[in-house]
Design a protein around this ligand. Structure first.
Ligand code: FAD
Ligand code: DLZ
Ligand code: SF4
Length: 516
């Protein structure tokens, strides 16, 4: 009796369901570096290096732990290039009596696994991924009982379920569920921003970086200065470092943007979390413990925990609820190609150039850069959501479709018609000016509304509202903006629209081949 246990690249967790309660002497763990995964989009070079290095480290740890591991390298002769091809090859080699695998993170891979039964004669046991706090079926039951999917109510259920920041009487710590009102303060001058922990590449990472440079040299992004955690032990150190140095100010400055400051008080733990090197519950518990000992204030702990047990779990539930249709959603009928500067960073808009630079150099941009700069611009400009989604899937080290797609299609592009967020996250230059130090250094003038020197976000914002008036005018949360629009002189309204059109005409479409 041999069990074959395929472990996918984002399942690098020692307590993974498929690795629990198994007699190691009768099992073969299969780990596969395959061309299909490395090229279904042209991932950022740093993202590929991270995943392959973390996979190789994890395989070694499993072997040290007594497992038999069949580890297939990308350049191994005979590599079939896909999960399916490699699983069938492993069946021929090891002659297992069954397969045991944890459900994958992505629809594309689930479809492939669903096809295995037709290609082999052995039972396949697909286990729920219980690293997530809310199971896929649990989320579906929660969603079915509601007309609207409101993250805040889901989050409260997750607080009750985990007991995080809860008092014994069932009330939230501090008396309120959500302390956002105390957060989102603009950045002051003279703040000290801690650097995330940097892990110098060891021999394994160096080897992988060499492979990536040779094989994926044409992909977007910078590989040099790689410093991400590639093992669970390193990820735990990064978590402890974040809690000590950045978490106390996390909530307060969560929406701030500062030129040259790539992380501010953000954790940069998403790559490790999404690979499985950390589990969401251990990360959230670490923040709750820091609050309990008085090391961090409640507004910081609550906000951070909300991102992990609220937003992260919620978008995962939404993904499996709404797939596959949501991938093609385009409720606002956006058709413009993605502008080339998303890849080159060559634009006079300093906020955009900074966000693309961070993305290229670090395979990172923090949430507000993703949402209110890169995503906001694409939505205002009417870029086709699937091109936006492809870009986001390529460029971030933490990007897997289950988390990227809901954030792009639902949260940032409103392409799902408001299923995930009732109001589009649209903003003009004033928002970016308030939350950043970019505008003072930008070639555009954020105070000017129209004309060639005006901040493009201003005219684009009103043009967006005008284009989608029928859809949004009756949205309770947008009525005030339409009241402002109505009060404008028609000539002013026309000048906004003309200014937006003139700017949009200057946009160079991205050359083919950057993303796929
Ligand atoms: P922090 O600000 O330190 O937040 C802590 C953690 O909370 C993150 O590590 C992450 O695990 C979780 N989190 C916070 N917000 C979200 C969210 N909206 N959805 C899911 N998890 C969240 N996150 C990804 O992990 N992968 C993606 O591909 C991704 N694409 C995004 C695309 C767009 C358009 C937007 C608006 C957001 C996207 N996010 C994505 C969510 C969020 O921006 C990142 O999780 C965050 O920036 C990661 O950096 P951090 O670890 O420093 O986060
Ligand atoms: C993203 C990625 C890449 C670039 N390469 C691999 C790989 O070679 N082998 C692997 O097992 N996983 C890889 N991954 C992550 C997978 O795409 C991810 O595990 C699945 O899509 C399931 O979410
Ligand atoms: Fe961005 Fe406009 Fe500010 Fe320039 S002026 S940084 S384009 S918001």
């Amino acid at each position: 009796m041999t069990i074959l246990i395929p472990v996918l690249g984002d399942q690098l967790t020692h307590q993974l369901a498929s690795l629990r309660d198994v007699d190691r002497s009768g099992a073969v763990v299969l780990m596969m570096e395959v061309a299909e995964e490395t090229t279904y989009v042209r991932h950022h070079k740093r993202k590929i290096a991270l995943i392959l290095s973390a996979m190789r480290h994890f395989a070694r740890e499993l072997e040290e732990d007594g497992w038999t591991v069949d580890y297939v390298r990308l350049d191994d002769p005979g590599n079939k290039g896909s999960f399916t091809g490699e699983v069938m090859r492993a069946i021929d080699l090891h002659r297992p009596t069954s397969i045991r695998i944890v459900e994958p993170g992505e629809w594309r891979v689930k479809t492939a696994i669903d096809g295995w039964a037709g290609q082999c004669q052995i039972p396949i046991d697909v286990l729920p991924d219980d690293r997530f706090i809310c199971g896929i079926l649990k989320f579906q039951t929660w969603a079915q009982a509601r007309n609207e999917l409101t993250m805040e109510f889901f989050y409260r259920d997750m607080r009750r379920k985990t007991g995080l920041l809860m008092k014994v009487d069932g009330k939230p710590e501090g008396g309120q569920w959500n302390l956002d009102k105390e957060n989102r303060v603009p950045p002051k001058r003279g703040l000290n921003y801690p650097e995330p922990m940097h892990f110098a590449p060891d021999e394994t990472t160096e080897e992988v970086m060499h492979l990536v440079a040779n094989r994926f040299g044409g992909h977007f992004g910078r590989l040099e200065n790689f410093g991400l955690p590639v093992t669970a032990a390193q990820a735990k150190s990064a978590l402890a470092h974040f809690i000590q140095t950045a978490l106390p100010d996390f909530g307060t400055y969560q929406d701030a943007m500062v030129t040259g400051q790539d992380w501010l008080y953000h954790s940069w733990l998403s790559p490790a979390l999404n690979l499985g090197l950390l589990t969401p519950i251990e990360v959230a518990q670490a923040a709750a413990s820091a609050y309990a000992t008085g090391a961090v204030p409640l507004n910081a702990a609550e906000d951070f925990i909300r991102q992990i047990i609220g937003w992260r779990e919620y978008v995962r539930g939404y993904y499996w609820l709404e797939m596959p249709e949501v991938a093609d959603a385009n409720a606002l009928g956006a058709t413009r190609p993605l502008p080339e500067f998303y890849w080159t960073g060559e634009t006079d808009m300093l906020c955009m150039a900074e966000a693309v630079r961070n993305t290229r150099d670090n395979a990172y941009a923090h949430h507000i850069q993703r949402l209110m700069v890169l995503g906001n611009f694409a939505m205002l400009a009417g870029v086709r959501p699937q091109e936006v989604a492809d870009w986001f899937l390529v460029v971030y080290a933490d990007a897997y479709e289950w988390v990227e797609l809901p954030n792009v299609i639902g949260m940032s592009q409103h392409a799902d018609g408001g299923r995930l967020a009732t109001k589009p996250y649209a903003g003009g230059g004033a928002y970016i000016n308030r939350m950043s130090d970019h505008c003072g250094r930008c070639r555009y003038d954020v105070k000017l509304k129209t004309g060639p020197d005006a901040c493009p976000f201003n005219a684009l914002y009103w043009d967006f509202l005008a284009r989608h008036e029928r859809r949004f005018r009756r949205n309770r949360r947008m009525m005030q903006m339409y009241a402002n629009w109505d009060r404008m002189d028609p000539a002013v309204r026309d000048s906004y629209r003309a200014s937006a059109a003139a700017f949009l005409d200057t946009l160079e479409p991205a050359a083919k081949g950057w993303a796929r």
